[in-house]
Design a protein around this ligand. Structure first.
Ligand code: DNO
Ligand code: MN
Length: 360
């Protein structure tokens, strides 16, 4: 397992790179060019800038999250070919600088969605929270306004420039079904996977978060069956999955341990985090420990251990603890604790299997 840490870029993240280097066993950043709009080709000089910064801190840039997919591609519009062309050019450039995995998602309009970015918990920490009834009965425009007002830093997928076109986007998705989305995803994969393969890159789709339809928009990367279907759309090792335990775990019917075993050769990147799901469908993000949420993180790490996982991993979101001021979900403290918990489990399983306490 190769541990990484998401970093949003100089001036765009509260965590300095040298702090990341100091987290035990953490070898690389998970990065993106957050100021390049979806659909545009990434400029080489900006890619090189991040590479130089990371390497100066002793970290690699093997994993990119995300190269965002333009809405016209998800919608299957004729203009998609221009954006797919740009996507391929970006893949080629990332291959040239040694990137190995590109994480992306295929969610219409919204990336991950929560109703509260700072929900107070019993111990005084705050965490990302999803209140189902508020989403079910809410006007999406109002929600976007509130979320953006409460966030000091713009979150990926929530760029104000993009969201001001929200009504046009909703209009465009009217009548687009899940089957349409599958067709458009398949078209995209057939275009980009060969380019990724030629350039030494594995594409890794992220599950939808939460893994169900919101505001009537279609969502397909939600379940075991749908991930199987995804892998068979283009059956090639360069067509992989970012297995995110927190996103999939928001639906307790998802058996993540079974997915790790069934998809074992197709998981280049693991997001590992816990959530607590309540009976009414609400969920809150918690510490990584199995006891603190409803996702069995210890069982998940055992599964990764048992398949001999050699891919990349990151702790994904954390709570906001010790009064840290940070991007929602992306502080230093809880994610660093998460990494140590994951390594603790990993090392114990290795030790137990006679693979040595000091093995990687
Ligand atoms: C949620 C997070 C997401 C993820 C993007 C990937 O679990 O990991 O923000 O980064 O959806 O494209
Ligand atoms: Mn994730």
């Amino acid at each position: 397992m190769r541990m990484t840490f998401r970093w949003f870029g100089e001036g765009n993240d509260t965590v300095p790179l040298r702090y990341i280097t100091q987290i035990p066993g953490t070898e690389g950043i998970v990065w993106s060019l957050h100021d390049v709009p979806a659909g545009e080709e990434w400029p080489m000089d900006k890619i090189m800038e991040v590479k130089a910064q990371a390497e100066a801190a002793g970290l690699h840039i093997d994993v990119v999250e995300s190269v965002n997919v333009h809405e016209d591609i998800k919608l299957g519009l004729p203009s998609r070919d221009r954006y797919i062309h740009n996507y391929k050019e970006t893949i080629k450039k990332l291959g040239q600088v040694g990137v190995k995995v590109i994480c992306y998602n295929f969610m219409p309009i919204f990336d991950w969605l929560r109703t509260d970015l700072h929900k107070e918990t019993e111990d005084g920490s705050t965490a990302l929270f999803y209140e189902k009834s508020r989403i079910d009965g809410t006007d999406p425009f109002e929600l976007v306004r509130v979320i953006n007002e409460n966030s000091a830093l713009t979150m990926p997928g929530w760029e104000p420039e993009r969201l001001q076109h929200l009504s046009t986007l909703f209009e465009a998705y009217r009548g687009v079904t899940e089957e349409d989305l599958w067709t458009n995803l398949s078209y995209f994969l057939h275009e980009i996977i060969p380019v990724a393969a030629e350039n030494g890159i594995t594409m890794a789709i992220h599950p939808d978060d939460p893994p169900w339809s919101i505001f009537g928009l279609p969502r397909i990367m939600t379940s075991h069956a749908n991930f199987s279907r995804f892998l068979s759309l283009y059956d090639h090792p360069a067509n992989g999955i970012t297995l995110c335990s927190g996103s999939l775990g928001a639906n307790p019917e998802n058996d993540i341990i079974a997915m790790i075993h069934d998809f074992k050769d197709r998981i280049p990147f693991a997001h590992i985090r816990n959530v607590r799901v309540f009976d009414n469908g609400d969920f809150i993000e918690t510490s990584h420990r199995s006891q603190d949420g409803t996702v069995d993180i210890a069982g998940i790490m055992k599964a990764y251990h048992d398949i001999g996982y050699t891919g990349y991993a990151r702790p994904d979101h954390g709570r906001h603890i010790w009064d840290e001021k940070c991007r929602p979900g992306y502080g230093l403290y809880d994610r660093a604790l998460g990494i140590m918990h994951l390594w603790g489990l990993w090392d114990a399983y290795r030790y137990e299997a006679g693979q040595g306490g000091q093995a990687k």
